[in-house]
Design a protein around this ligand. Structure first.
Ligand code: UDX
Length: 439
């Protein structure tokens, strides 16, 4: 089929590559000139393992092209996938849907009545209905508008797009359903569950899934708060309850909590939308999920203060800046949150990350970025492991112990081999447990 993908950020760039790999003819539309140029050169512009390689292959195949604006060629598409961002608004918890409405304004003059417009962006429930009305107003005909939420995770984005756990499509006309069945035919044939639902359900699925995932993480982090004062171990607790299949062991890793461009923003947007709909109480508990999550960052800084006293002028190393490994995304990153809290207490904060430092320099030039891992340890008083990159887990503590004045490390992700770090001379503290065996 011939398709366009409008907006080529994380979601759009990945979807464009996945659709081209599936065999479709794909035109990617991107308004930002620098991003467009980079994509044409086969560079997605963000760190996602395997994506640039796949991008180059698809461009070379001739199936994937990029342009800034709609034209006759793009107007001939069977489906237009809208993948623009819906960030949190500055003034409230709500999501900013203005990019979606701009995308519709641009598309309308070129839209053919038989083409199907498919929203993929994460939106407050009810947004599609508003977009539908606006599109009908602009085009003068009843448009085919469907919703197809995307569940990709950063770090495994392409794999998640090509082999999702499920495909969900929200439709209210037969033509949209038929077109979506056709575009996803190879995935459906491979046995991936294909759920056809109404549009509000499709909009809500994504918010519901992310609220559930955030709740799971904050649940175990709430248990960690109890474990810390009761002398229990939250990681053992997670393992023990995770064997119950009804609970499951995934997304139960306790630590500094969740961040990124989705989970924090999506639970806040859901609270804001529920409030607008008059059912704010239904998800009022998500406020506490958010609070538990943010308290973990404060807890790390409190642990530093308990060990070092006043943090003023103390040099602290934060290992990791990205919100999770295999990503250069620092949006709402727990690691950056901890770094900034320590900085606010007067600490000199050195931050290391294998790929995310450029983003840190842009947002927080007050932090001292150090790309060289061994150098990053020089003359610091304590270390916080905040993102579980492989290089930190594999680090030989004997090579760095001499550089850390208080030989203190706080494992914010519960990934270090505590014995070997203690053996090398470190005092190890961790979230959710009282570490034994420290000298
Ligand atoms: C998430 C959803 O998983 C995905 O389905 C959706 O499309 C977008 O949002 P992503 O933001 O890429 O994906 O990250 P994810 O892997 O879900 O991790 C989110 C955060 O939770 C990270 O900061 C991670 O470190 C943290 N996390 C995850 C935990 O603290 N504990 C866990 O057990 C799992």
């Amino acid at each position: 089929m011939k398709i366009t993908v409008i907006g080529l950020g994380y979601l759009g760039a990945t979807h464009a590559v996945a659709m081209s790999k599936t065999g479709h003819q794909v035109i990617g539309l991107e308004k930002n000139p620098a991003k467009l140029e980079s994509l044409k050169q086969g560079k997605a512009g963000f760190f996602e393992p395997g994506l640039d390689e796949a991008l180059a292959v698809e461009i070379a195949s001739g199936r994937l092209t990029f342009q800034a604006d709609h034209d006759e060629n793009s107007a001939a598409a069977d489906l237009h996938f809208i993948c623009v961002g819906t960030p949190q608004t500055k003034e409230s918890l709500a999501a900013d849907t203005s990019y979606l409405f701009s995308a519709i304004e641009d598309l309308a003059p070129h839209l053919k009545p038989e083409s199907v417009v498919v929203g993929k962006s994460t939106v407050p429930v009810g947004t599609a209905a508003a977009l539908h009305s606006r599109l009908a107003e602009l085009t003068g005909f009843e448009p085919h508008l469907a919703w197809n939420p995307e569940f990709l995770r950063e770090g495994t984005a392409l794999e998640d797009s090509l082999r999702p756990d499920r495909l969900v499509v929200g439709v209210n006309d037969e033509r949209s359903e038929a077109a979506l069945r056709e575009v996803f035919a190879p995935m459906i044939a491979s046995g991936i569950p294909f759920l056809v639902v109404d549009i509000p359900t499709a909009e809500l699925v994504k918010a519901a899934a992310n609220a559930f995932l955030a709740t799971k993480i904050s649940f175990i982090n709430a248990m960690a708060e109890i474990a810390e004062v009761a002398g229990a171990d939250a990681s053992q607790l997670a393992e023990a309850i995770g064997y119950d299949e009804r609970i499951g062991n995934k997304f139960l890793r306790n630590g500094v909590g969740f961040g990124g461009g989705c989970l924090p923003k999506d639970i806040r947007a859901l609270m804001a939308r529920a409030e607008e709909l008059g059912v704010g109480q239904s998800v009022a508990y998500l406020k506490e999920i958010d609070n538990i999550n943010l308290r973990r960052r404060e807890r790390v800084v409190a642990m530093l203060e308990a060990e070092l006293g006043n943090l003023s002028k103390k040099r602290i190393l934060v290992l990791g800046a990205a919100f999770k490994p295999d990503s250069d995304d620092v949006r709402d990153s727990p690691a950056l949150g901890i770094a900034m809290l320590a900085y606010a207490k007067g600490a000199e904060v050195v931050i290391h990350d294998p790929v995310a430092l450029p983003g840190v320099a842009l947002k927080h030039p007050e932090l001292i970025g150090q790309q060289d891992l061994e150098k990053a340890f020089s003359d610091v008083e304590a270390v916080v492991l905040a993102t579980e990159w492989r290089e930190y887990r594999q680090l030989d503590p004997a090579t760095v112990v001499g550089k850390v004045a208080n030989a203190l490390i706080i494992d914010g992700r519960n990934v270090l081999d505590i014995n070997s770090w203690q053996h090398a001379g470190f005092k190890v503290l961790a979230l959710g447990k009282n570490v034994k065996g420290n000298k």
